[in-house]
Design a protein around this ligand. Structure first.
Ligand code: FE2
Length: 364
């Protein structure tokens, strides 16, 4: 251990030196956190801008710092090792993303029986992790009741309510408020990009699918976006920067948001895809941006529909498709309601609750 100016250096951690700013060490003193809730209770302004050390004691698995003025910080070495500045704090929910194209076909979509998910934590955790990585899975062997689908979702967390309710029924309805409630084909889309925070994981539970047609189409939006980044980088840049207006309105609601089609994390990784041709509102960008954006948007629409990305399947009664609605685009082929009944129930659980469940179940 050595202290230089305003930094403390631990030598030879994993073959490298770990450097901790003194202010960071003082700010993260174990005493900075409430002993019961674990929340931070220390006000940064109560510390000197440049804290100084009087003494450093290195133990077998502890590091004890005595600050000028007498305050003592007693750190577990393990904790310091897992919080080295500049290295992302490990996150059990982040087990990687497997981007896919359509070459694997419908059998590439992982399938999980419902009962173990409902009754065994290990099966629940496996399903959560694999669905998060692949973006979509199908839960099988479900009772043909709405409660059976909700029981699976409630194993993750609470449901995300929207203007369509806590759950919504996708069937051919009189006076539809939404194209999903007709028998028409639905082009590939993510649900509700018009919302300030579009819903995370979508559950589409098939109660009956006896009509001719009514197949599902799935595309990994991350695969489409990565192909755009590689093959048309200028289009990609524009799709990440131009805020597109989205809107849903009916008699009771008028919900609007502006967002780019492709949203990135600060480090450039893909964060989410937002796309619904039916909810795109009247463009309101300035003329120059709009004129440049139209051909980019047209090429994006064409890229989305390329067969190389598509997986097609037809859900049967007792199956439930679960997918990351901010990554996977879904669509449906038209169906003929005179040939049989088709009823899907839908609901959402947000991404943060999904990831939270993985972390809690992963605790040793
Ligand atoms: Fe949808």
């Amino acid at each position: 251990v050595s202290v230089q100016a305003d930094q403390l250096r631990l030598n030879g951690v994993d073959g490298q030196d770990a450097i901790y700013p003194l202010i960071w060490l003082r700010h993260n003193c174990p005493s900075a956190f409430h002993p019961e809730t674990g929340e931070r209770v220390l006000d940064l302004r109560d510390l000197p801008e440049v804290p100084a050390l009087d003494d450093v004691e290195v133990g077998h698995d502890r590091l004890r710092l005595v600050w000028e003025g007498g305050h003592v910080s007693d750190f577990a070495m393990d904790w310091l090792m897992s919080h080295i500045p500049g290295r992302a704090t490990s996150d059990k929910a982040d087990n990687g993303i497997e981007v896919w194209d359509g070459s694997g076909g419908a059998t590439s979509v992982p399938r999980f029986a419902a009962q173990p998910i409902v009754s065994e934590d290990a099966a629940l955790l496996d399903w959560l992790r694999r669905t998060r990585a692949h973006g979509v899975s199908i839960v099988t062997d479900m009772e043909l009741t709405k409660e059976a689908g909700i029981a699976v979702a409630r194993r993750v967390a609470f449901l995300r309510e929207t203007n369509f309710g806590v759950t919504f029924s996708v069937e051919n309805k009189p006076d539809p408020t939404n194209l999903a409630y007709t028998a028409e084909a639905l082009p590939l889309h993510t649900d509700l990009p018009n919302q300030e925070l579009p819903p995370g994981y979508q559950f589409l539970q098939c109660i009956a699918n006896e009509a001719e047609g009514g197949g599902s189409v799935l595309v990994d939006g991350f695969a489409v976006a990565e192909s755009c980044r590689a093959e048309a980088p200028e289009d990609f840049q524009m799709l990440t920067r131009v805020a597109v207006p989205f809107r849903y309105f009916d008699n009771a609601f008028d919900i609007r948001a502006h967002r780019p089609i492709i949203d990135l994390h600060h480090d450039g990784r893909l964060k989410e895809i937002s796309h619904s041709s039916h909810l795109v509102d009247v463009f309101d960008m300035d003329c120059a941006t709009m004129t440049a954006f139209y051909p980019v948007f047209r090429r994006w629409l064409a890229r989305l529909e390329e067969d190389r990305f598509k997986v097609e399947l037809k859900l049967a009664g007792g199956e439930m498709m679960v997918f990351d609605n901010r990554r996977i685009l879904h669509g449906r082929t038209s169906f003929d309601p005179s040939t049989g009944y088709r009823l899907l129930q839908g609901f959402y659980v947000d991404r943060q609750e999904w990831d939270s469940r993985i972390r809690v179940l992963s605790r040793a």
